[in-house]
Design a protein around this ligand. Structure first.
Ligand code: HEM
Ligand code: HEM
Length: 123
């Protein structure tokens, strides 16, 4: 799962940085939260996941890592588009999307947590 997460991270870096450049160029900062989470959940968190699974390959080979990857990759576009819609004055659609996306992403983090605490060797 390491490389899959790293590829996903790079794709979201383009989304996050693209939004950042758009905000800076247009002097319109209303999407700062969409930009922040595309960068921090999409680029930074995915890159860290990829590096964790690379450093601890036994975690990366586990089914929990597969579950984590699919939960994160499904949850991300849902939460990012939800937050985007909230800050485009479409909160009626954006709020439920952001809620569903954050639950799906949190389930992915839980899969990572179980994997880390169950499947790493005792120090
Ligand atoms: C070329 C790259 C980038 C550009 C042009 C850019 C631009 C911006 C702009 C214009 C804002 C809004 C500032 C405001 O509302 O006053 C912002 C906010 C923010 N950016 Fe970026 N950004 C870039 C890359 C990144 C990266 C790589 C990250 C994280 C890894 C990041 C994290 C954030 C965060 C967390 C905020 C929100 C700060 C707050 O709410 O106070 N940005 N960025
Ligand atoms: C499912 C996961 C997450 C949820 C539901 C969530 C939710 C939120 C909410 C509701 C806000 C306030 C938004 C606003 O004022 O517009 C916020 C702000 C922020 N969050 Fe998150 N967050 C999540 C994950 C993360 C992660 C993983 C990071 C960092 C690695 C992060 C960094 C930030 C930062 C820096 C801000 C303030 C900047 C801004 O709103 O522009 N968040 N988050």
């Amino acid at each position: 799962m390491a490389l899959k997460f790293i590829r996903m991270a790079v794709l979201y870096a383009f989304v996050g940085i693209g939004l950042g450049i758009y905000m800076a160029a247009s002097h319109s900062f209303s999407q700062h939260s969409t930009h922040a989470h595309a960068n921090l959940l999409g680029w930074v968190s995915s890159a860290i996941f990829g590096l964790i699974y690379q450093v601890f390959p036994e975690l990366g080979r586990h089914q929990l890592a597969t579950a984590h990857f699919y939960l994160h990759s499904v949850g991300l576009p849902i939460i990012i588009s939800g937050v985007f819609l909230i800050y485009s004055n479409h909160g009626d659609v954006g709020e439920p999307l952001a809620s569903i996306g954050s639950i799906v992403i949190s389930l992915g983090f839980i899969a990572l947590g179980i994997n880390v605490f169950r499947n790493t060797p005792a120090e």
